[in-house]
Design a protein around this ligand. Structure first.
Ligand code: HEC
Ligand code: HEC
Length: 329
């Protein structure tokens, strides 16, 4: 098994975006666990967050004015897309399942193959992507600059007003606000009654079977790359593989990066079906079966799987404070 060095909490603590000092200092009062709780507060510029929220729901970001970020990142579905593959401009079908936008600030990279180094990078990529917005900044700025109220909003928040870099900045700030503390975080902060005894047993199984080797840290994932198919060749699942199935290889072109993916965060996982980069698992039960075979090479009793799923349900957080203004498909 190829293990890459996980990111430390300190490295994930981005000054000026997270209450950094808090994230580090509270750690002494926490249970000493391989999963860390989400920070209880984020120091973010609220004006930028609210402006970013408007942009996130603005369909003028797409060439045909029909889809917004929220079209594929549904707040009522854990910030993910309930469809196996999302539909972009002109109903074009993307090659890969849409993950959650919640808590993404804590991922060490963005996208399944880690191609985006930051949330800002990801926004830049999605604008021109032909299966997403299929447009250019020039087109977007032409449309948005006709909206006097929005132009004014940008002038209030940014000295240089409505510009692509400020749109990127505002959206990324909004994304940083999408943090969803759960009952499990309360447990990690030292409240033993925040989760039930079955859920505790499920967490123990999650550690004992070795899920924790990959799904760990503040996002219960999102802090390392791992091959999909450690114990058994994933090529047996599907022939021929699609380009997206090659994972990180599509970024690095290195043979050893074939079928390597960023380990996904399991926060809100009970809400974000279907699962895997190809959306091939419809339920958590299906996803666990695949994980046991391909990542662990082990079998588990139905009872143990049920307990693990109970634990995974404790990772469902409160919806982010900044809730959508409108949400239409
Ligand atoms: C047409 C559907 C669609 C739209 C519109 C869309 N996304 Fe996504 N988003 C996806 C898909 C699919 C992925 C996974 C792509 C990949 O990994 O290659 C993704 C990935 C992401 C990720 C990475 C999450 C992670 O865990 O790696 C973030 C962050 C994100 N999107 C934010 C946004 C924002 C912000 C917008 C608007 C500016 C947006 N998305 C618009 C479908 C969409
Ligand atoms: C060796 C690393 C590794 C281990 C061990 C591991 N996983 Fe995973 N897990 C991954 C990777 C990588 C993916 C993404 C695979 C893909 O879609 O290509 C993943 C995906 C998932 C998903 C789907 C998440 C989503 O949003 O689509 C779930 C659920 C999951 N794992 C649960 C578990 C559980 C439960 C265990 C223990 C029984 C476990 N994993 C063990 C690496 C691992």
């Amino acid at each position: 098994m190829r293990t890459l060095k996980p990111f430390s909490l300190i490295a994930l603590c981005i000054p000026a975006t997270i209450a950094c000092a808090e994230a580090i200092s509270v750690s002494s009062s926490l249970l000493n666990e391989p999963i860390r709780p989400l920070p209880q507060s984020m120091s973010l510029d609220e004006k930028k967050v609210l402006l970013g929220q408007k942009i996130f729901f603005d369909k003028r970001l797409s060439r045909d004015n029909k889809i917004s970020c929220a079209s594929c990142h549904d707040f009522s579905k854990g910030g993910a897309d309930p469809r196996q593959y999302s539909l972009g401009v002109d109903g074009r079908v993307g090659p890969i399942n849409s993950p959650s936008v919640f808590n993404t600030v804590f991922n060490f990279r963005q996208l399944w193959n880690g191609k985006a180094q930051s949330l800002e990078d990801q926004v830049e990529m999605v604008i021109q992507n032909p299966v997403v917005f299929d447009t250019t900044w020039q087109e977007i700025l032409n449309k948005l600059s006709k909206d006097k109220a929005l132009v004014q909003d940008f002038n209030k928040v940014y000295t240089d007003g409505l510009q692509s870099k400020n749109i990127v900045d505002a959206v990324s700030m909004f994304e940083r606000s999408l943090v969803t503390p759960s009952r499990f975080d309360a447990y990690l902060r030292g409240n033993p009654d925040a989760i039930t005894s079955e859920e505790k047993q499920g967490y123990k199984k999650f550690k004992d079977y070795g899920c924790i080797a990959c799904h760990q840290g503040i996002n219960v994932g999102g802090n390392m790359f791992q091959v999909f198919g450690v114990m058994s060749d994933v090529r047996n699942r599907k022939t021929p593989p699609s380009e997206a199935d090659l994972g990180r290889y599509t970024v690095t072109k290195k043979e050893r990066d074939k079928y390597v993916f960023k380990v996904p965060s399991l926060r809100n996982v009970a809400l974000t079906a279907p699962y895997f980069h190809d959306g091939s698992a419809a339920t958590l039960e299906d996803a666990l079966d695949v994980m046991f075979i391909y990542q662990l090479g082990r079998k588990a009793s139905n009872e143990d799987k049920t307990l693990i799923i109970k634990f995974l349900n404790t990772l469902t957080g409160k919806p982010p404070k900044t809730m959508p203004v409108e949400q239409k498909k």
